[in-house]
Write a new protein. Structure first.
Length: 306
């Protein structure tokens, strides 16, 4: 029989990279989100605060490269989209000023390329697309876009847009029934055509078919202590990484192959320091490293797979 400590010593999956970043003094605000461009070896960090740069860019080795600020008010989620020829950075902005309630696409150097939503105007009308505190975005290689909207506003929905920003499908209302949301906070895709949503205040993850938007299942068994704040798959799609902000923990869950979603199985946890408050995470799909944006500690930490 395995004793508990033997079990955990076998299961240790990640270790903190204490040398990342090399320049932590550049974290001058509350770090809400992080996105990895594994193709180009870049890490983008979204932070909030008065008179601080809203987007910081580091190398994956941890060196500070540059920052930008224009037209970003209160970043909540961030995502890097790579095509064969180009990369761009998507930011969800939950600000209440003239730039807020939008999902925006930037060049890697911070040039504004596209705005979805009505800047400064919260709402739930669908034409034009109108957001209320959009929480996160995930963009497929094809350019199809998934948005969870929102982070506590009037909208509780998941929408899929085409690469020319037309609605393909939309699901979700406020509630705790099947396919309803209370603060849909993070969204990602697996390798099998499924959309995963951290349904934060319902303390569950819900799963949908990416083509039809049909509900496929939900996981709640792992989140009795604290709801899921993030959803990101490991590079091999074997595990799902979930941040639990209020208990300062990363949960590593076994990802189901094709077929039934079932309920979640927690394979491992990474306990962070008290008051760290991990908010959103991203995974480097080349190296497998996990980056954790921590609003309590006001830093991003990097965990590397063993």
């Amino acid at each position: 029989v395995l004793k508990a400590h033997d079990y955990f010593s076998q299961q240790q999956m990640y270790k903190l990279d204490i040398g990342w970043p090399k320049n932590p003094e550049y974290f001058t605000g509350q770090t809400f989100c992080v996105a990895v461009d594994s193709l180009h070896g870049l890490v983008y960090v979204g932070q909030r605060g008065d008179n601080v740069p809203k987007v910081l860019v580091f190398s994956e080795e941890g060196y500070f490269l540059y920052s930008w600020n224009d037209t970003v008010e209160m970043p909540h989620g961030i995502f890097v989209w790579n095509t064969l020829t180009d990369s761009s950075v998507w930011v969800t902005d939950v600000g209440t000023g003239k730039y807020g309630h939008t999902v925006k696409q930037y060049s890697p150097l911070g040039k504004l390329l596209q705005v979805l939503g009505t800047p400064g105007n919260a709402g739930s009308s669908l034409i034009p697309l109108q957001f209320d505190q959009p929480a996160e975005i995930f963009v497929e290689e094809s350019g199809d876009i998934y948005v969870v909207d929102g982070d506590g506003g009037m909208n509780n929905r998941l929408l899929k847009l085409s690469n020319d920003y037309k609605e393909i499908w939309l699901t979700g209302t406020n509630g705790s029934g099947i396919g309803q949301f209370k603060i849909p906070h993070s969204v990602t895709l697996d390798a099998f055509g499924r959309v995963w949503v951290a349904d934060r205040d319902n303390k569950r993850i819900q799963v949908f078919d990416k083509v039809t938007g049909e509900w496929l299942g939900s996981w709640s068994g792992c989140f009795s202590e604290d709801g899921p704040y993030s959803v990101r798959f490991t590079a091999n799609y074997k595990y799902l990484i979930v941040a639990q902000l209020n208990i300062n923990r990363l949960a590593i869950l076994a990802a189901p192959p094709v077929g039934s979603i079932g309920d979640c199985v927690m394979v491992h946890t990474v306990q962070l320091a008290d008051e760290t408050k991990p908010h959103l995470v991203d995974v480097d799909m080349k190296s497998g490293a996990i980056y954790v944006a921590e609003i309590g500690a006001q830093q991003v930490q990097k965990y590397i797979p063993l």
